[in-house]
Design a protein around this ligand. Structure first.
Ligand SMILES: *Cc1c(COP(=O)(O)O)cnc(C)c1O
Length: 803
């Protein structure tokens, strides 16, 4: 089909006519949006079928990426972009009386993830498709994604996010490939002539129905498949219904559908444990059944399973995939243990994404035994054989055994199961991988150092630069050609132009236009006017103590005080931009949001400073908001305590849009420093080794009260900010008398942070210097492309080739 403007226009009119029963003139923007998606989806289905044929013909190995989260955001623009159809669609839609932007705005964000981990998974899907690897993502079709955040008097409130009404047009239901996941019940083991017969009775069946989203690669016509499972049940009790007990009659279905009802927030460890475990097993059981079924259709045997399948466990949430695949080999195909285990250990790999202690997942033995009796048996057997091997081979002490145990103290340790069963384990930045080896997983890495790798995270720069910042992308193409669209390292060529004033001015001009676009949004969302000439200083990410939004607040309080006393001082004006969601049960994070909002109210309404300082807190941080923020940012705040941020990807997205990082030597900041050079990044704060040392000798923050600036700020928190006291945060920062002090050492880095912020202001006052730094950041961001990360996974971990 020749896809030109007129053909597209006709297709749209057809869809409006036959699907919605309306004429062009009566159609709503939402109907136009749906019509466009239907057309794109048809193109994608064709490509998917062709790509599948190639995969089958070449017998290519496939990677299945299991993850509880895929934070997709919107898909229409990026699909059109990757298919090269933006221009003809734009022309067609214009003729029909709308702009493409208006149509894009009809699409809800698919918020099926919490933050960085879910966004990474989404970026990886696009890269794998672009490069031509065979990749299937597996997750859950949550009816409600991450909550919608509203700020009410400076407090976060959470609202449900029903994304399906606008998002479901992307879904291709495949009820023919549905499968059953079994919960509860009892297991009886019986030997027949040649294998152990498992009799599994009284279980509750849940139906898993797959819905596919097809993700387009850039050009070349290849795609990735994202298969999302919806939970339901076909059991309906007609007897109860006839008796008039309508609720009860449909109870089984309601119970089953609860599993795919809602994305769970992280940092949440009390309520809903059982449902969360159900979600995890539901995802892995359906996915593993699907992978095995597809394999058998093509190869008729499971002997070559690990040659044709790599299965990736993204964070420990899908770790039950390991015993689930064992279960299928043992119970359904009568494999003996060693043969099955051999296949397992050649199939699975595992990425760890955080060293936050509380994120190392454990499940109560009793809960697992009760909910998944057969899986529990298998985990016990894995544990038994593992312990025997450790004792016989390494003569481990009890202490060492305990550290590696999969089951210990009535708890099942998911990470330890992954370490034991996976052939490769990786961290997501150099420092994070090294901390995993030296600290978090040191006992295991001493046994098997060869299993450990680093693969630094990446991001989809076609989305975060080319689509989010089209003017910059266009300008870069004019400078160095458009080869960088598929070869990100070509961005480096921009460095040749770093002394060309016209180029530097153009970069500044594009930044200014993006700032105006953001300022317009800020005005429409908050009715606050921000100064386009002020520095746009941006900290956007999840709200967490370790990310230290509080350090940013301390510096703002410092500046505020400074301006109140020396109002004539010549520092460039600044706009501090925040956006972040807090986990609903995380009260400290919510308190910090409230502090930022109170401070914003006070400063923004104080005429003696508000021409110099403004604070904006934008509600509901999500992919679509990030796409508006990143291109307008000038300072990128990446200020976690060294040794706490695994990698970060927000830092990379901001860098490629020309923002200068103010950051600690943490996560991927360290590699950003290596890429741009020390002169083009503003580093401050304790190094990881210094943090560890300080921990050892003891962190006593009250010593920092000798600094008058710190004293002032603490006093201010204690007394009042916009009429409220933040006594609790003050005592958190300086440590209360019973010795509990801020574990993220905000005060220890405060002085160093203020110095580097002063340096940032100084450099901003020299536009040529600043714009040159900006250019060098853009030019050096190529190595953080997800394309690079995916190639490394493909070569070092999955051992897959492009189709
Ligand atoms: C990139 C991204 C993140 C991750 O940000 P970090 O600064 O790396 O923590 C979180 N949420 C959204 C919506 C993102 O786009």
């Amino acid at each position: 089909m020749d896809i030109n403007k007129d053909a597209i226009k006709n297709c749209i009119l057809d869809k409006l006519n036959y699907h919605f029963g309306v004429q062009a003139i009566d159609a709503t923007p939402d109907q136009y949006y749906r019509a466009c998606v239907m057309i794109i989806n048809e193109i994608l289905i064709t490509r998917q079928r062709k790509f599948m044929t190639d995969i089958r013909k070449t017998e290519a190995k496939t990677v299945s990426y299991l993850c509880m989260e895929f934070l997709l955001g919107r898909s229409l623009k990026s699909s059109l972009y990757n298919l090269g159809l933006l221009d003809p669609f734009d022309a067609a839609i214009n003729e029909l009386g709308y702009t493409l932007e208006e149509i894009f705005d009809m699409e809800p964000d698919a918020g099926l993830g919490n933050g960085g981990l879910g966004r990474l998974a989404a970026c990886f899907m696009e890269s794998a498709a672009t490069l031509g690897y065979s990749m299937t993502g597996y997750s859950i079709l949550y009816e409600y994604g991450i909550f919608k955040q509203q700020l009410l008097n400076g407090w976060q409130i959470e609202l449900p996010d029903p994304w399906l009404p606008g998002g479901e047009v992307w879904l291709n239901p495949r009820p023919d490939e549905a499968c059953t996941v079994k919960f509860g019940g009892h297991v009886k083991e019986e030997w027949n002539d040649y294998c152990l017969q498992i009799d599994y009775k009284d279980f509750t069946p849940v139906l898993a129905i797959p819905y596919d989203i097809i993700i387009s690669g850039y050009q070349k016509g290849r795609v990735s498949l994202l298969r999302l499972w919806k939970a339901t049940s076909s059991e309906f009790d007609l007897q109860l219904f006839h008796q008039g007990d309508y609720l009860k009659a449909d109870e089984k279905r309601t119970q089953a559908e609860m599993i795919s009802k809602i994305l769970y927030p992280p940092d949440h460890h009390h309520e809903g444990k059982r449902l969360r475990l159900k979600q995890q097993y539901f995802l892995v059981s359906a996915s593993i059944q699907d992978i095995v079924r597809k394999h058998l259709v093509q190869y008729k045997t499971l002997k070559n399973f690990s040659e044709k399948n790599a299965i990736h466990i993204n964070e420990t949430h899908p770790a039950l995939a390991i015993p689930e695949l064992m279960r299928i080999f043992l119970d359904d195909y009568c494999y003996d243990w060693d043969e099955a285990w051999n296949i397992i250990t050649n199939t699975f790999s595992f990425t760890n994404h955080t060293i936050m202690r509380e994120a190392l997942e454990v499940w109560p033995e009793e809960l697992l035994a009760n909910l998944l009796p057969r899986i529990y048996h298998i985990i016990k057997e894995i544990q038994k054989r593992y312990q025997e091997a450790l004792c016989n081979k390494y003569h481990f002490t009890d202490e060492q055994l305990k550290a590696l145990a999969i089951i210990h103290n009535g708890q099942i340790h998911m990470a330890n199961m992954c370490l034991h069963a996976c052939h490769t384990i990786n961290g997501v930045s150099k420092i994070h991988s090294s901390i995993l080896q030296k600290n978090v997983f040191r006992n295991y890495s001493a046994l098997h150092p060869e299993k450990f790798y680093n693969i630094t995270n990446g991001f989809n720069y076609r989305r975060w630069l080319c689509q989010a910042n089209p003017k910059m992308c266009q300008f870069i193409s004019e400078c160095i050609g458009d080869g960088f669209h598929t070869d990100p390292m070509q961005l480096q060529r921009m460095v040749m132009l770093q002394d060309d004033l016209a180029v530097l001015n153009k970069i500044a001009e594009i930044k200014r236009e993006n700032k105006i676009r953001l300022a317009d949004y800020i005005y429409s969302a908050t009715k606050i006017k921000v100064d386009i000439n002020s520095i746009f200083d941006v900290q956007v990410k999840r709200l967490h103590e370790y990310k230290r939004q509080l350090l940013n607040v301390m510096h703002i309080l410092y500046l505020y005080d400074h301006y109140l006393q020396h109002s004539s001082e010549e520092l460039p004006p600044r706009t501090f931009l925040f956006a972040a969601k807090a986990a609903p049960s995380y009260s400290m994070a919510k308190r910090i949001i409230h502090l930022i909002c109170c401070l914003a109210d006070e400063i923004n309404s104080n005429p003696s400073v508000n021409d110099k300082l403004k604070i904006i807190y934008l509600e509901d941080y999500r992919v679509t908001l990030a796409e508006l923020l990143m291109p307008a940012a000038e300072i990128s705040e990446q200020i976690s305590l060294a040794g706490t941020e695994a990698s970060g990807t927000g830092n990379m997205k901001l860098m490629i849009n020309g923002a200068i990082t103010v950051g600690t030597l943490d996560g991927a900041n360290i590699e950003i420093k290596e890429a741009v050079g020390e002169d083009n990044i503003l580093l401050f704060g304790l190094r990881n080794e210094e943090v560890q040392l300080l921990r050892k000798v003891g962190y006593f923050p009250s010593i920092y009260l000798s600094n008058p600036a710190v004293r002032n700020i603490i006093e201010r928190l204690n007394s009042n900010i916009h009429g409220e006291s933040f006594h609790d945060i003050a005592s958190y920062l300086i440590g209360s008398s019973d010795g509990i002090a801020d574990p993220y050492m905000v005060l220890a880095d405060f002085d160093s942070y203020c110095h580097i912020q002063k340096e940032a202001a100084r450099r901003y006052s020299e536009p040529i210097l600043w714009n040159k730094m900006s250019l060098r950041n853009i030019a050096s961001a190529g190595r953080f492309a997800a394309d690079r990360a995916i190639k490394e996974y493909a070569e070092k971990i999955w051992h897959i080739k492009t189709v």
